[in-house]
Design a protein around this ligand. Structure first.
Ligand code: HSE
Length: 429
């Protein structure tokens, strides 16, 4: 079909929506040349019409009624950048049922209702594009669906939350306190409306759900993912990790093992020589290993108006090509099965522990015995400093089953010589 103009409707004009508007406006000529068609923003639904929006020159484009986008027969593509769950879920389903293509940046939604919405898209012979839902401007969804599709992906490991990476970078490089670094990330527009989702690891978990579903061709529920955020990471742990040759990063990790999938988000010590350790500030990176391709790393800006807008606009162009019938429109996600999930207790890891103990003869021996009795082998054990007969001890285990490690920790908690266990973090080599 030769369509000279593809009309789109935007739902939401916040950080991402504004980025999309700006890119479509400033790069309109290039986009038209590459696409062979013009992209026209026909309508923009916003929550508050009274809010001044200097970016939009024609105020008539704005409406506070979603139906003015969803029911407009001229609109070919609905672009959802309003966020949230239930209203966005309803709006996307209605858009698809009215024969529109959909582009969304909404990871919370795609992680929890993606399969349901993709089924509707398939029934309607339409599609949902969601490149912007993971890693902002970094291409990751399309590489997993297309370029790397012939591989068996063994492992995928990413820094996929810009806010927490920004906070950890500021803490480790500038000795900045957690709260001050979070405030800066919020001011720069990286953080979610409710930053609890960033710092408690949920934003990364939604993104891991989406990436791992595609990497392992499996339907993944949020309950399948073990999630820990960075709220308990202290400046002191960052310093000690540095002394041991590690950086601390919030990693989202998915692995396919013989007995199933291991899926987790947690702060992790990684060697300073690992490429992910060099990923600083709000930057994101995904490091994956395929049986054919080997190691691949994708790096870029994972948040912010223009980087995320870049991915959304790429998707709008892809949808436009489908409308012009220039590309196939296959939805492979609908064919996924469900692979077994390996429980956390059965997974293995190395652990970093920081604790306080009485500084007196025999304490190291008791510690070593508690770990030995649980079949946990220690790699390093260092007494950091002693203040008022209390020693701070840092230790790193070899690779152990989580279950065994937790058994050792329970015995430590019961020991009279142990004053407190202050920090437990996993280590990836
Ligand atoms: N809050 C997210 C982040 C923004 O910090 O990475 C993009 O999803």
């Amino acid at each position: 079909m030769k369509k000279e103009t593809i009309k789109i409707g935007l739902l939401g004009l916040g950080t991402v929506g504004s980025g999309v508007y700006q890119i479509l406006t400033q790069n309109s000529k290039d986009i038209e040349r590459k696409l062979g068609a013009k992209i026209e923003i026909k309508r923009i639904a916003v929550r508050n019409l009274a809010k001044p929006r200097a970016l939009v020159t024609d105020q008539k484009l704005l409406t506070d009624n979603l139906d003015h986008v969803l029911l407009d027969p001229e609109i070919d593509i609905v672009v959802e950048t309003m966020g949230g769950l239930e209203e966005a879920r309803w709006a996307i389903a209605s858009a698809l049922e009215r024969g529109k293509f959909v582009v969304t940046a909404n990871k919370d939604l795609m992680a929890q209702y993606g399969i349901e919405l993709l089924k509707i898209a398939k029934e309607q012979e339409r599609n949902i594009y969601y490149e912007a839902s993971v890693g902002g401007g970094i291409p990751i969804i399309r590489p997993l669906k297309n370029c790397l599709a012939a591989n068996r992906i063994v492992k995928i490991m990413g820094i996929i939350n810009g806010t927490t990476n920004y906070i950890l970078t500021k803490m480790s490089c500038e000795n900045m306190e957690f709260e001050a670094a979070l405030a800066e990330a919020q001011a720069k527009g990286f953080a979610e409306a409710n930053p609890a989702s960033d710092i408690e690891g949920w934003d990364a978990a939604y993104k891991l759900n989406i990436m791992a579903s595609l990497a392992f061709s499996s339907r993944i529920k949020m309950d399948d993912i073990h999630v820990e955020g960075i709220t308990e990471v202290k400046l002191r742990d960052i310093r000690y990790a540095q002394e041991l040759g590690y950086a601390i990063k919030l990693l989202a990790i998915g692995e396919e093992k013989q007995n199933g999938l291991s899926l987790r988000v947690h702060p992790t010590l990684i060697p300073q020589s690992h490429p992910l350790a060099a990923v600083k500030n709000e930057f994101n990176a995904v490091f994956l290993e395929g049986d054919a391709v080997g190691e691949v790393m994708l790096y870029g800006r994972g948040a912010g108006a223009l980087p995320t807008g870049s991915a959304v606009c790429g998707d709008i162009m892809e949808a436009a090509r489908a409308i012009k019938k220039e590309v196939q429109n296959g939805i492979l996600e609908a064919t996924f099965t469900e692979k077994p999930i390996i429980s956390l207790a059965a997974q293995s890891s190395r652990f970093y522990v920081r604790l306080k103990a009485k500084d007196e003869p025999g304490v190291f021996a008791q510690l070593a015995a508690a770990f030995g009795n649980a079949d946990v082998s220690l790699d390093r054990i260092i007494q950091k400093r002693s203040v008022e007969k209390t020693a701070e001890i840092v230790l790193v285990t070899h690779d152990v089953k989580e279950g065994n490690f937790m058994q050792a920790i329970s015995s430590l908690r019961a020991m009279e010589a142990i004053r407190s266990i202050n920090s437990i973090l996993r280590v990836v080599e």
